[in-house]
Write a protein that binds this ligand. Structure first.
Ligand SMILES: [Zn+2]
Length: 439
């Protein structure tokens, strides 16, 4: 990690008091056959205190040009992770052209080459603080904004984002299409998403909502859209009634993406899932229940988490615990998986009570003075929507994971070197077979 790539709660509060109504116009060129892509961003925003100084987050190998209100910003203003912005006006226009790096660490815009057919697939993963690996932004949940994305991509790719997209051939470049996505509703930067590549897609519709399922082509034969669409439709109906608010966004795409670092992620209208939920062999009913729960967990966030969002990461526990509660409720009330509460009692509640006996227990509403602290407190925000349930903390993203594939557990990050790991925890059978999603 870049040493300067952090954001404190105090900085975020100061910035939220200063900066208002940012509008982002983001153009990405994904046609370069290299480890990098270009990002051109035009950002309009208001400032409460003319003359004040602030900064915008941008973790990129280089800023190729930067202008604030028509004046060039000095190269020294960019430290590799943020750009200092001085002498702000009431209304500001920032223009940044940067070169960004594809990632393979599960954060930012991730690039994967399929070993089966050598096709290239991209997906983004931004929670908690990684949107600024793809474009410059005020990367904190309470500075909600409208985002307009434009993406240049190879001809045979599809590009999926939060809003529906339209593709047009680029004049004079028959191998390239330009994808445009209309301005999003106001939303947090960590919930924006771009998924791109020659994905296999299946479409359906439920009421007014367009539905899509996507996976890489080499997995298309294993995708079972019928069951996934059935749970999706049952969930949309249930939540629309339970929240007394119809599905708040324009469409609902679900994408199984390769090398995904979490279990699933609730990007608005563009939910990403770990590929382990595309079943390549016969699985147990428990694993299917696991996947249904993950689908419903992410969907619950569309209302609670996405439409309504925590101001800062110390309320991540509430965001996650409520989605977990709603997902089990929806599962039992609206789908064929009627044993949800039994599974919850065994897999979550028992683990929570066990962990509450340990000296490592802590408040569920944790003190999160900066982004680094979110990661240090993974058991609180990921493992414990029940306060201390067992989970595999791949990421602070919604790590709803099917356990049909055993995955590494970076547990050492979550305990101090001096704490004694619970032997029951480290050998829990559910880590490798058939437990419910960790969401
Ligand atoms: Zn979640």
């Amino acid at each position: 990690m870049h040493p300067g790539n952090n954001l404190t709660r105090d900085e975020a509060r100061r910035r939220a008091a200063l900066i208002q109504t940012p509008l982002y116009d983001i153009s990405l060129d994904l046609t370069r056959d290299s480890d990098s892509f270009t990002c051109e961003a035009t950002i309009h925003f208001l400032c409460q205190e003319p003359g004040a100084e602030s900064f915008i987050d941008f973790l990129a190998p280089s800023v190729d040009s930067c202008e604030l209100n028509g004046a060039e910003v000095a190269k020294e203003a960019f430290n590799g992770a943020r750009i200092k912005l001085g002498n702000l006006r009431d209304a500001n226009e920032l223009h940044v052209l940067g070169t960004c790096a594809y990632q393979n660490v599960g954060a930012g815009l991730c690039r994967f080459t399929d070993p089966v057919d050598h096709k290239i697939y991209l997906h983004s993963q931004f929670e908690t603080f990684d949107a600024h690996r793809m474009f410059p932004c005020f990367d904190q949940p309470d500075l909600k904004a409208s985002f307009t994305f434009t993406v240049l991509a190879p001809n045979d790719w599809i590009v999926v984002s939060n809003n529906p997209g339209q593709a047009q051939q680029v004049a004079g470049k028959e191998n390239i299409k330009r994808w445009t996505f209309g301005a999003t509703p106001k939303m947090s930067s960590y919930l924006t998403a771009i998924v791109a590549g020659p994905y296999h897609g299946v479409r359906d519709r439920h009421g007014d909502v367009d539905l899509g399922l996507f996976c890489r082509q080499s997995l298309a034969q294993y995708l079972d859209p019928d069951e996934i669409f059935t749970v999706t439709k049952q969930g949309l109906d249930f939540y629309g009634q339970a929240y007394k608010y119809p599905y708040p966004f324009q469409k609902y795409d679900q994408l199984f993406v390769p090398e995904f670092s979490a279990g699933a992620m609730e990007n608005i209208g563009c939910v990403t899932f770990n590929e382990s939920m595309v079943f390549r062999s016969k699985v147990t009913e428990a694993v299917r229940e696991d996947r249904a729960n993950a689908i419903l967990h992410e969907m619950a966030h569309m209302w609670f988490g996405d439409l309504v969002t925590m101001r800062w990461w110390d309320d991540l526990w509430l965001n996650e615990s409520f989605a977990t509660f709603m997902s089990v409720l929806a599962q039992v009330e609206a789908t064929r998986f009627k044993n949800g509460w039994v599974t919850f009692a065994n897999q979550y509640k028992a683990g929570a009570r066990r962990q509450d006996q340990l000296p490592t227990t802590h408040p569920i509403a944790a003190d999160v003075p900066d982004i680094e602290s979110v990661y240090l407190n993974l058991p609180a925000c990921c493992g414990s929507w029940s306060p201390t349930s067992d989970r595999t903390p791949f990421s602070v993203a919604c790590s709803a994971t099917s356990n049909s594939v055993s995955m590494p557990t970076p547990r050492s990050r979550t305990f101090s070197p001096t704490s004694k790991p619970d032997p029951v925890e480290t050998s829990r059978p559910g880590q490798s077979s058939g437990s419910r999603p960790r969401a």
